[in-house]
Design a protein around this ligand. Structure first.
Ligand code: GLC
Length: 749
């Protein structure tokens, strides 16, 4: 008994005491500082500017700025600006320097949607740790990441920035990223404050059109869009960014229900809420505020602490207006104090009052080697690659081939490898597919490269050269997709086909490689193997390619190590293990399409008329959530539970045998889905509740177990209360959301 109390005291009670003491310690210092601050200085802490010209330096001197969207100006410039705040203002309150470090600072990792395809939160956390180190050494205290918006509409360009469609996977990735950026102590010089964004439901924009209206039920808000934010908050996220979108009639940046009722009252979170870029000023465009003064009143009283940048033509919204609102008695100084406390607390947590300047000597002595950083970037890139098709085991390509044609507008385009939001990343540091193959095979193989066509134009003049090199080669890799400008913010699309004439060229090359040789759909040995590698930040409706091309690799935008990772997968140095974090539709007409849809009263059966189907398309997606192939195959068998029934607050174990049936080692993401057979509200046909990424040697078989807890069986009832209802539950396990084996158990009263 004594041992347990020692453990409980040492690892639970004492840390909690220290944590609460630290909080009180901060609160005492904050109160002392507040007591000295003028109203202007307090409001200054709630204002963020983006530039630092002479006028803005004077604003800093007057104590009218609390933080700066600093960009990639570097440590020297950060220290110069910080010196103004610390040494030339009345109270010397240090500034916060913020930046968008979404998937790397100097070392660029795969885009977040690609990282989610790895289903490896430990590796994703490592990448965020490296990003934090590089950003901190360059003078950034605060990143506007992770973006945790659930996205079920690939027309929305920002789907690339998050972890896809699933609330559970999204929550796991949100927690990993927050911990990666922040670590366990923000005073650690190599850590930076995270900012979960965009709060909330920004990914639910109607029509997938960026900044568009979001109108969803409270049930959908709480069961789909909020969970990743809750995971971020529970992981200690220092800040949250309010979104641009209207949410059920109240813009997210002025929504008391989400910003205060949920975030502060229900979740008891005491971090900083910052608006998105002028999202407060845009309340006027929403026609929700008649002018910027009313916008300031509505955002501030709803719970937004900091005004990001505001409309720089007229200056920030908070800076001129909050003081007037206090003087008119519409806002109290105590309300101002509450927000200022949140900001000062964040600065204390970051240790800025003790160490306001970047300690460049420290970073010089403690920098992780570039070799290490590149190794993490390469491993994450490799694990982010999803093998979508591999007919007749065309892949991996044989290393003995003497020549290879590498074609396509993204085959040798370093800038596109970095994807959107690439911070201080440099195209010259990105390895393209052409370079990756040369790095891997050197002189052993002749790489014939032809761009063939542009990404998004109608010029076919390059086709001839492309066809010519195909005829001179033993294999063909066509690298197709979107440019980095076609994805990310303000990049919504109505058409998800390959842009330009890329597919036209692929068809022409296909003719050269196969049609002349094939006696039937099975490709004759004399055919020239043709692989399509996709580089994109959203699902694409690649129906013809999916139907006709024997091997398809989803490579997203993989960052600096893109080409090395692709080459190592193509030639079998690495056995792909990625799984899709988002559903690939057959057409935009199917959108929204995601795996956790509901049964409906007439479940879709494609050849039955009066069911929830389309008459012009299968109701299934092109590729389902969680899908991804390997160079081996995995067999699932003998799923079983250790108890036939449990009470509502009990737990049980489910077991399944997974066997590697092939002759190469491989990794498999074993996915666990749950279905409540009947419930008091309609529920999804299945929901991801767990996963394990396992390595199996060729021929190896292993029993994998999951603990099923009551939390995994709970849902929001008609009163939006979290409940577990008695009845039968199905647990389904497999390598993707559509191919599962199942068993069941009962929850009894
Ligand atoms: C942008 C984005 C947001 C980003 C901010 C600062 O408009 O919506 O994600 O962090 O502005 O760059």
């Amino acid at each position: 008994m004594k041992k347990i109390s020692f453990i409980v005291y040492t690892f639970i009670i004492y840390p909690l005491f220290v944590f609460s003491f630290a909080q009180q310690q901060y609160d005492a210092k904050i109160d002392e500082l507040l007591s000295k601050m003028t109203l202007d200085e307090k409001i200054g802490q709630l204002v963020q500017i983006v530039g630092v010209d002479k006028d803005e330096e004077n604003l800093i001197r007057e104590g009218k700025v609390g933080s700066i969207l600093i960009g990639i100006r570097g440590a020297k410039e950060s220290n110069r600006i910080q010196k103004i705040a610390v040494e030339e203002t009345r109270l010397g309150i240090p500034l916060l320097f913020a930046n968008d470090i979404i998937h790397g600072y100097n070392t660029i990792f795969p885009i977040p949607l690609a990282e989610a395809s790895s289903w490896n939160p430990t590796l994703v956390r490592k990448a965020c740790e490296i990003a934090a180190f590089e950003a901190a050494s360059a003078g950034t205290h605060w990143t506007y990441a992770p973006m945790v918006d659930i996205a079920r509409d690939p027309r929305w360009g920002r789907i690339m920035e998050g972890a896809g469609e699933d609330p559970y996977l999204g929550s796991v990735m949100a927690a990993a990223r927050v911990k990666g950026f922040q670590g366990d102590d923000l005073k650690d010089k190599t850590k930076i404050a995270a900012c979960a964004k965009h709060y909330v439901a920004y990914g639910g924009a109607e029509g997938g059109r960026d900044y568009n209206t979001v109108d969803i039920s409270d049930r959908t808000l709480r069961s789909v869009y909020l969970p990743p934010f809750y995971a971020a908050v529970k992981s200690g996220a220092a800040s949250i960014m309010s979104a641009f979108n209207d949410l059920n009639g109240i813009p997210a940046s002025a929504n008391y229900y989400t910003l205060t009722q949920i975030l502060r009252n229900e979740w008891e979170w005491d971090g900083v809420v910052i608006s998105d870029y002028n999202s407060i000023g845009e309340l006027v465009n929403h026609r929700f505020a008649k002018d910027k003064k009313e916008a300031a009143l509505k955002s501030f009283t709803a719970g937004v602490d900091i005004d990001m940048v505001g409309d720089t033509i007229d200056g920030n919204v908070y800076s001129p207006n909050l003081k007037n609102l206090v003087e008119e008695g519409l806002i109290t100084e105590e309300q101002i104090n509450k927000s200022v406390r949140n900001v000062l607390r964040m600065k204390f947590k970051l240790g800025l009052f003790e160490n306001p300047y970047i300690d460049t000597e420290y970073f010089k002595k403690n920098v992780p080697s570039q070799k290490y950083k590149d190794s993490v970037a390469l491993q994450l890139a490799r694990e982010s690659i999803v093998l979508l098709k591999n007919e007749n085991n065309l892949l991996p390509l044989k290393k003995e081939i003497k020549s290879i044609a590498v074609i396509g507008p993204l085959a040798d385009s370093p800038n596109d490898m970095l994807g959107s939001w690439s911070a201080a990343g440099k195209p010259e540091d990105a390895v393209t597919v052409v370079e990756g193959i040369r790095n891997l095979l050197g002189e052993k193989i002749k790489v014939n490269y032809a761009k063939g066509c542009g990404i998004n134009d109608s010029d076919t003049s390059g086709f001839e050269e492309a066809v010519k090199i195909v005829k001179q080669s033993d294999a063909v890799v066509f690298v197709a997709g979107e440019s980095r400008e076609m994805i990310g913010e303000a990049a919504s699309k109505t058409n998800l086909n390959l842009p330009g004439v890329q597919e036209k060229l692929i068809k022409k090359i296909y003719e050269v490689c196969y049609a002349a040789h094939s006696t039937n759909q099975a490709f004759s040995q004399s055919a020239i193997p043709l692989v399509v590698v996709l580089m994109n930040g959203r699902p694409l409706t690649i129906n013809w390619i999916s139907e006709n091309i024997p091997a398809i690799v989803e490579a997203w935008y993989l960052g600096n190590q893109a080409g090395n990772a692709v080459a190592q997968v193509l030639f079998g140095e690495f056995n792909p293990s990625g799984k899709l974090p988002v559903t690939f539709p057959r057409s935009t007409g199917q959108i929204p399409i995601y795996y956790y849809q509901k049964s409906t009263g007439r479940p879709a059966v494609d050849d039955e008329k009066y069911t929830s189907r389309y008459i012009d398309s299968p109701s299934t997606p092109l590729y389902p959530f969680g899908f991804g192939l390997s160079y081996t195959t995995f067999n699932y068998s003998d799923i079983r539970v250790d108890k036939p029934n449990i009470s509502a607050n009990d737990s049980l174990y489910v077991f399944v045998d997974v066997a590697n049936m092939g002759n190469v080692d491989g990794e498999e993401v074993v996915q666990l889905y749950v279905q409540d057979e009947f419930a008091s509200v309609t529920l999804p046909v299945k929901e991801l509740k767990g996963f394990q990424k396992i390595k199996l040697k060729a021929g190896e078989k292993r029993t994998v177990s999951f603990r099923i807890t009551s939390d995994m069986l709970s849902f929001l009832n008609a009163e939006l209360k979290k409940v577990v209802e008695p009845g039968r539950f199905y647990v389904m396990i497999g390598g993707n959301s559509a191919d599962l084996i199942s068993t069941s158990f009962e929850v009894i009263q």
